[in-house]
Design a protein around this ligand. Sequence first.
Ligand code: CA
Length: 293
Amino acid sequence: MARKADPIVQQGARLGEGSLWHPQTERLFWVDIIGQTVFIFDPKSGENRGINVGTDVGTIVSRKSGGVMLGVKGGFASLDLETEAIEEIAMVEIDLPNNRFNDGKCDPAGRFWAGSMAYDFAKGAGSLYCMDRDLSVRKVLSNVSISNGLVWTADQATFYYIDSLAFQIAAFDYDVTTGEIANRRAVVELPEDVGFLDGMSIDANGNLWVAIYRAGQVRCWDPATGDLLDTVEAPGAKLITSCAFGGPNLNELYITSASNGLAEQDKEEQPLAGSLFRAELDVAGVPAFEFAG
Ligand code: CA
């Protein structure tokens, strides 16, 4: 029987996303992309602070020098969590008004990787970018449709990546010294009628936990065998978008969801659409990397 996650913040986010645990402050960072809001959730007090950033915000990562980095409409930005000042850093897609940035995370060397997509989901309209520690940005992949989950293995030798419209988790050889990826292959494939592979986290055993949009689930796969190992359900929400290990022991799986575009009937079936969920697991995740620039 599948595990069940509990709703812990009934936010009604339009497009909840980008969950990321910040161990120094023991808070969960997450975003509402088209709600243009960064959230900072404190599990101890239950407070869910919202910062309106005035632009569609696809992802949030911690920055070693202070504050956070964001993927926004048009490119990369920084956000000061005290003053709430946002600063554009590298607007690499400013000439693509039909695109916005989507998911992004940092690699073990502290580079910030984030990808883009078209608002109308046009195939191949997006790209995957890597911002290096000197704030320079290079395009790593073109012809991406919905750039989503990305994680690195503990040995830093493999990069896993999801383009939702490819219906597969791809693996690449990873060179942590140069940030180059090579030798793409599929390690997990999802039938299109199940849903869309979305955000992704990796646990201490190297297994992949993936939000399944439209399925109301997070699924865990062993990328070495392709075996499905576990399922976590989020009752009352189907549009599951991202997951992140958090809590003092990193064994609590935080799960974001979306409510955007639901018809009235869907809303009745999904009363918790847009909520933040949490499930306690018997496996721990690994701490997220910070942007070192
Ligand atoms: Ca996503």
